[in-house]
Design a protein around this ligand. Structure first.
Ligand SMILES: Nc1ncnc2c1ncn2[C@@H]1O[C@H](COP(=O)(O)OP(=O)(O)OP(=O)(O)O)[C@@H](O)[C@H]1O
Length: 259
């Protein structure tokens, strides 16, 4: 485990030290270090299989790391899970929901599970259904939702308790552009009010426009991280990303694929 030389600054939203996970022979996350400043909109980008979901699952306490530590505003995820998880809202790819609940029930249940007052939950559920454009489907079972609707209801469930930190794996995947823009505006306001958002995405343009910090992950390692302008260094995020990842991979094309 990590040498606990010094405790991280509780003003940082998320501090990750030497976080690692191996599945059999496969090293999915290879001892990564990241510091997510409070009040930042932090993007995580990386090619398929880079280790983003594994890293985010460990950050949120859903998957136990082989080694390393995570602190949420100074609370250690594994030593003080109640405190660390209490300030966290999570949307992780493939996370189990309860598809036989209706959308309204799922969001309500999430709030009640968080120990919220039932009256406050009842006030917030219609607001969340409205901003997610799910009012008409509020009483339909989540099992019958489209992929984008499922993503939006899971996002609403992650937001109901107004957490200090939101960790969202691919939150805009399958979400239509109007809903995506509305959700980004809400997240921007949340960040301006001091909240912290971490998202993963494959859409470089969206990450570049939305996030003020970014980490590029490949093969379980952080290739670059920090303020967006420092990482991009005058180029587009897409160009920087492709440059970093392909030099890491040394990938070649298909010499036979032509007519
Ligand atoms: N439960 C598991 N068992 C075995 N291998 C796993 C498991 N979860 C992830 N992996 C492997 O770990 C590596 C990282 O996977 P992960 O899902 O974290 O990547 P990702 O960056 O989120 O990818 P994508 O962008 O495609 O969603 C992959 O090689 C994957 O096959």
């Amino acid at each position: 485990m990590l040498e606990n030389a010094s405790l991280p600054d509780p003003d940082h939203a998320v501090v990750i030290r030497s976080l690692g996970k191996q599945f059999g022979e496969k090293i999915a996350v290879n001892g990564i270090n990241l510091t997510i400043p409070a009040g930042s909109f932090y993007g995580v980008v990386g090619p398929n299989g880079a280790g983003k979901t594994t890293a985010m699952s460990m950050m949120t306490g859903l998957l136990r790391p082989d080694h390393g530590q995570v602190w949420m505003h100074g609370f250690n995820m594994w030593e003080s899970p109640h405190e660390a998880k209490g300030i966290l809202g999570v949307l992780v790819d493939g996370a189990v929901t309860f598809p036989r609940l209706t959308g309204a029930q799922l969001i309500t249940y999430s709030g009640l599970l968080r120990g919220m007052d039932a009256d406050v939950v009842a006030q917030r559920v219609p607001d969340l259904l409205r901003v997610m454009d799910l009012e008409e489907s509020a009483n339909k079972m989540v099992a019958d939702y489209s992929a984008g609707m499922t993503k939006k209801v899971a996002l609403a469930a992650a937001m109901i308790h107004s957490p200090k930190v939101l960790i969202l794996d691919e939150p805009f995947e399958a979400v239509d552009p109007v809903s995506s823009s509305r959700i980004r505006n809400i997240l921007n306001e949340y960040v301006q009010s001091g909240g912290t958002v971490m998202i993963s995405s494959h859409v470089m343009d969206l990450v570049e426009r939305t996030c003020d910090h970014v980490a590029v992950i490949d093969k379980g390692e952080v290739l670059a991280s920090g303020p967006m302008t420092e990482v991009t260094d005058g180029a587009s995020l897409e160009d920087r990303f492709v440059g970093m990842v392909s030099s890491h991979d040394g990938g070649e094309g298909l010499s036979w694929f032509h007519t």
